[in-house]
Design a protein around this ligand. Structure first.
Ligand code: NAI
Length: 255
C-alpha cells in the first residue's frame, strides 16, 4: 500500500485517458487524492475512469477550447470543492516539414500543446490561491532542443517550458508553484510509431545514457514528486525525464 500523502487533495490531470496522464492519475489516486480525469476522447476516458471505485470524476473536454475549459473547471470544483494540483499533460504531435504544415494543423498543435496550458492554468489560479497548490506542465525535451520534422510541436513545447517559468514568477507571491517535466521518447500511444519501428527505436536508444526508452511509469512519479510538499522550494524548474538524452551535446557517441 502506498502512503496516502495526497488524502484530502484534489488533482486535475488533462489527457488522462492514455499514456502519462493515465498513469499519473492512477498514482495520485493511489496516494489518496480525489482525481479529475480530463480528456477529449470520451470513450477511452470512460473505460479508464471505471477502474477507479470512488474519488474520481471523468470529464470529457477539449482543453484547447477556452470555453470548454471554463465549464470543465466549474464541474470539477462543483464536485470536489477545491483544487490542489493541476497537471497539464494533454498533447498531440503532428509531423511535417515547415512548408507542409497548414494553418489548421499549426493552430491545433499550438492550441493543444501550449494554449491549453495557459487556459487551464489561468482558470485554476483562484482555486490554487486558496490551497497554495501547484501546477505541473508536461513539456518535452523537444522544448529545449528541436526535433527534425516537428516545427509546430517544437514551438509549442518550447513555449510550454517558458510559460512554466513565467507562471512560476507571477504566481509565487500566492504560494503557487509551477514546474515542468521534459520526457524523452516513451512508450505511449504518442510514441508508438517510433517505438514500434525497431530501427528508429534503436537510434533513439543510442542517444540515451541509460540505454532504453522511457515508460509512463518513469514520468508519473516525477510529476507526483513535484506536486508534493517535498518539492516545496522548487518552482520554475524543468526536470528532464529522458534517460540522459538531453545530457548530450547532440553529437553521436564517439566510442
Ligand atoms: P498519449 O497520446 O498516450 O496521451 C495523450 C492524451 O491526451 C490522449 O488521451 C488524448 O486523447 C489527450 N488529448 C489530446 N488532445 C487533447 C485535447 N485537446 N483535450 C483533451 N485531451 C486531449 O500521449 P502521451 O505520450 O501520454 O503524451 C502526454 C504528454 O506527454 C503530451 O503533452 C506529450 O506531448 C508529452 N510527451 C510525450 C512523449 C512521448 O514520447 N510519449 C515525450 C515527451 C513529451
Amino acid at each position: 500500500m502506498s502512503v496516502k500523502d495526497f488524502a484530502g487533495k484534489t488533482v486535475i490531470v488533462t489527457g488522462a485517458a492514455s499514456g502519462f496522464g493515465k498513469v499519473t492519475a492512477t498514482r495520485f489516486h493511489e496516494k489518496g487524492a480525489s482525481v479529475v480525469m480530463v480528456d477529449k476522447d470520451a470513450e477511452t476516458l470512460k473505460s479508464v475512469a471505471e477502474q477507479f471505485a470512488d474519488n474520481a470524476l471523468a470529464i470529457t473536454c477539449d482543453v484547447s477550447d477556452p470555453e470548454a475549459v471554463e465549464k470543465m473547471f466549474s464541474r470539477a470544483i462543483g464536485h470536489f470543492g477545491q483544487l490542489d494540483v493541476l497537471v497539464n499533460n494533454a498533447g498531440i504531435a503532428v509531423p511535417g516539414q515547415p512548408d507542409e504544415i497548414d494553418n489548421a494543423t499549426w493552430s491545433r498543435v499550438i492550441g493543444t500543446d501550449l494554449s491549453s496550458i495557459f487556459y487551464c492554468s489561468r482558470t485554476a489560479i483562484p482555486h490554487l490561491k486558496k490551497t497554495k497548490g501547484n501546477i505541473i506542465n508536461v513539456a518535452s525535451i523537444s522544448g529545449m532542443g528541436a526535433d527534425w520534422n516537428f516545427p509546430a510541436y517544437n514551438a509549442a513545447k518550447g513555449g510550454a517550458v517558458n510559460l512554466t517559468r513565467s507562471l512560476a514568477l507571477d504566481l509565487g507571491k500566492y504560494g503557487i508553484r509551477v514546474n515542468a517535466v521534459n520526457p524523452g521518447l516513451c512508450r505511449t500511444a504518442m510514441g508508438k510509431a517510433l517505438v514500434e519501428d525497431s530501427e528508429k527505436a534503436k537510434r533513439f536508444i543510442e542517444r540515451t545514457a541509460l540505454g532504453r526508452l522511457g515508460e509512463p511509469e518513469d514520468v508519473a512519479p516525477v510529476i507526483v514528486f513535484l506536486a508534493s510538499p517535498e518539492a516545496g522550494f522548487v518552482t520554475g524548474a524543468t526536470v528532464a525525464v529522458d534517460g540522459g538524452t538531453s545530457a548530450s551535446n547532440g553529437q553521436p557517441p564517439m566510442s
